[in-house]
Design a protein around this ligand. Sequence first.
Ligand code: NAD
Ligand code: UDP
Length: 319
Amino acid sequence: MNILVTGAAGFLGSHLCDRLLAEGHRVFGMDNFVTGDPQNLSHLSGNGKFTFFEHDVSNYINVNEKLDAVLHFASPASPNPASPYGYPNLRIQTMKAGALGTHNCLGVCRAHGARFLLASTSEIYGDPLEHPQRETYWGHVDPIGPRSMYDEAKRFAEALTMSYFYTHKLDTRIVRIFNTFGPRMRVDDGRVAPNFVQQALHSEPLTIFGDGSQTRSFCYVDDLIEGIYRLLLSDEHLPVNLGNGTETSILEFAETINRLTGNRSGLVYQPESRLGNDPERRRPDLTRANSLLGWEPKVDLETGLLRTIDYFRKKMGLA
Ligand code: NAD
Ligand code: UDP
């Protein structure tokens, strides 16, 4: 297939490009580097099956070669207001990437007769009142809250995708991604995995926002990419959760990273840093992913963290 990946210079987008190329597809990567890093794609320079376009997906997208699929991953994705890459600092860009960017990608798919895959998120469930979260849950979201620019853009993107599916019979897919981590996240991304790992490698105390009792379920990137590829090849049009089913508190997560890195600086509690509407609990119900795609995550948390720590050591010039 000829496949366009938006957000190609980001964490997930760059791994996706690698996987699609390894499967023999021709890949067109698109990014405006608002949160991405050109180094995530540097190993692909000279690869005759990869073409890169520096472009903002909020503007009209023109690809002259025939496309068979578009995977829309372009969007800021970190909620941390202390990071320049956090979506609270990129409010309008985040809304435009989710709304206008999705509209432009759907238009490209219509023009090319291509299939579409939307990178949605567990954030569409908001601070969930149902646990674990099934795809049938409508969510608990504040439309004007501190995370609303991300949550509502993604909810609009899902609604627009289903509208193109029903109205234009476009061949669409929606993946709801739960917290995924791994190599190629920015050191200064601000999300909890890169933040804790870089703090630990600097021998600093890890910053716990709130009391650390809030939970997440962390998926290693290789597992997620496998699930996305299977979804792309499937005929499933309704949203599918992908993530890891093992739930951990942020406190346990921090202690694990300190143990694996040998960091003796402990933890520091920063209740004031916790963004409003921060979900208390988050864990995917993976029944649909398992039955529709025959997929389940394989990499346990410690194995994934050790690979990530190794990458960050090198990236930070410590190895
Ligand atoms: P990332 O910040 O590493 O990657 C996002 C990429 O999109 C960056 O390279 C950025 O420069 C690019 N981008 C943003 N706006 C753009 C625009 N207007 N035009 C062109 N490029 C633009 O984040 P990520 O974790 O790789 O996230 C990728 C996608 O997956 C996002 O849509 C995100 O919402 C979704 N997602 C990720 C997670 C996760 O845990 N990593 C969870 C849920 C959803
Ligand atoms: N968090 C934290 N310390 C940090 C960064 C994040 O305690 O240095 C917390 C954050 O408040 C949230 C959880 O870790 O409860 C996961 O945050 P992340 O930014 O990774 O993304 P989210 O899952 O909230 O979208």
